[in-house]
Design a protein around this ligand. Structure first.
Ligand SMILES: CC(C)(COP(=O)(O)OP(=O)(O)OC[C@H]1O[C@@H](n2cnc3c(N)ncnc32)[C@H](O)[C@@H]1OP(=O)(O)O)[C@@H](O)C(=O)NCCC(=O)NCCS
Length: 333
């Protein structure tokens, strides 16, 4: 049937096209990852139309013979110098139209775009043991990283433990926090600490590195605010002024009750002092106090990242699903 499917690139995305995109993604996620709430139409609209930081997006829509949307593909092309070899795929086919070649047709457009854009690596995250994984294996992707997704129910985390850990003394360090853009006096130290994320385990992914400076951390906060989301940060600052570590939580726009963990990093020189658990526990307290609507936090973590997993388990996070990152080494020619 793929000969009856029509694929078009989308340029300036209309409300109707964003709506079609949302319908395909929502149907696909309800089928493959029913425990994961699909993004709202507003979030899809923002994702498709608002700029991201140091990347741009190409998009395609597949429609059936009657013009109804059956599949979507998005390609995020990173533009910063350490990551301009890389592209990230999002691909969904409506469950009612699968195994008819639509996914393969969309992928062929994506691979051609990767070549035209000089990308050697195409990565995609799929649910473990899902149709997406079978598709990746069939289409010559290789598995590069296994991820564990965990959930912390804030009403089930142990209040006494949270209090004890959050209020524990860490001589030489103090906690500070902000919403949105980092205060000017911390911006340079924050950028230095963000570079610590570059040694996060990425398995066999050809992930490259990201170099942060003060302007870039401000630009990232602006992109998130423009999308309508809220970024909360807590940081541990050493007496010498260096930022020893930080943790970030994203509150998606709208009446969403699930917060997303973004980065948590402790700078190598400050590891082994319990700062990761301290920061994350203090964030739980902050969420309970300032954002009582939030009832749970989702995080993901490489299965090989035993230290971060131990911190998460100590805080009460429980495994909830597994995903895998696949990589296609883009064929030349
Ligand atoms: C992955 C996905 C996009 C595939 O879409 P599709 O239109 O069904 O893909 P195709 O028809 O082109 O499938 C191509 C080949 O992949 C393999 N494949 C796809 N789905 C499969 C499944 N459920 N079980 C086993 N093999 C599968 C088959 O070899 C298939 O060829 P065949 O049907 O001739 O046997 C779709 O299942 C989906 O939307 N999944 C959820 C989102 C997701 O995981 N996205 C990431 C994908 S990289």
């Amino acid at each position: 049937m793929s000969e009856h499917v029509h694929v078009v690139p989308l340029h300036s995305i209309s409300v109707t096209e964003a709506d079609a995109w949302h319908r395909v993604v929502a149907a696909s996620m309800a089928h493959d990852v029913p425990a994961v709430p699909p993004p709202s139409p507003e979030r899809i609209q923002a994702q498709l139309t608002k700029p991201s930081l140091n990347s741009h997006r190409l998009t395609w829509l597949a429609t059936g013979p009657d013009g109804s949307p059956v599949g979507v593909a998005g390609l995020r092309l990173f533009t910063s110098s350490g990551r301009d070899h890389l592209a990230e795929l999002e691909l969904h086919v409506d469950p009612a139209y699968r195994r008819l070649g639509t996914g393969s047709l969309l992928l062929s457009k994506v691979v051609a775009a990767c070549r035209a854009e000089d990308r050697r690596s195409l990565i995609v995250e799929v649910a473990a043991d899902s149709p997406g994984e079978a598709f990746c294996e069939r289409r010559n992707f290789r598995q590069a990283l296994a991820l564990n997704h965990l959930i912390l129910r804030l009403d089930q985390s142990d209040e006494a433990t949270v209090l004890r850990v959050a209020e524990a003394e860490h001589p030489g360090y103090r906690l500070t926090g902000w919403t949105g853009t980092v205060p000017d006096d911390l911006a340079a130290a924050f950028a230095t600490a963000k570079n610590a994320m570059n040694d996060m385990p990425v398995g066999d992914l050809d992930y490259g590195t990201e170099e942060w400076d003060a302007d870039r951390v401000r630009a990232m906060a602006q992109v998130i605010a423009d999308r309508g989301d809220t970024l909360l940060t807590l940081a541990a600052v050493h007496d010498d002024g260096a930022m020893a570590g930080y943790t970030e939580i994203l509150l998606p726009q709208g009446a969403v009750t699930r917060a997303q963990q973004y980065d948590t990093a402790v700078v190598p020189a400050h590891r082994g002092h319990g700062l990761g658990l301290w920061l994350k526990t203090a964030m739980v307290r902050r969420l309970r106090a300032e954002h009582p609507r939030v009832v749970e936090i989702e995080t993901d973590c490489a299965e090989a990242n035993v230290h971060m997993l131990a911190v998460n388990h100590a805080l009460g996070f429980r495994s909830y699903r597994r995903t895998r990152e696949f990589q296609l080494d883009v064929p030349v020619g």
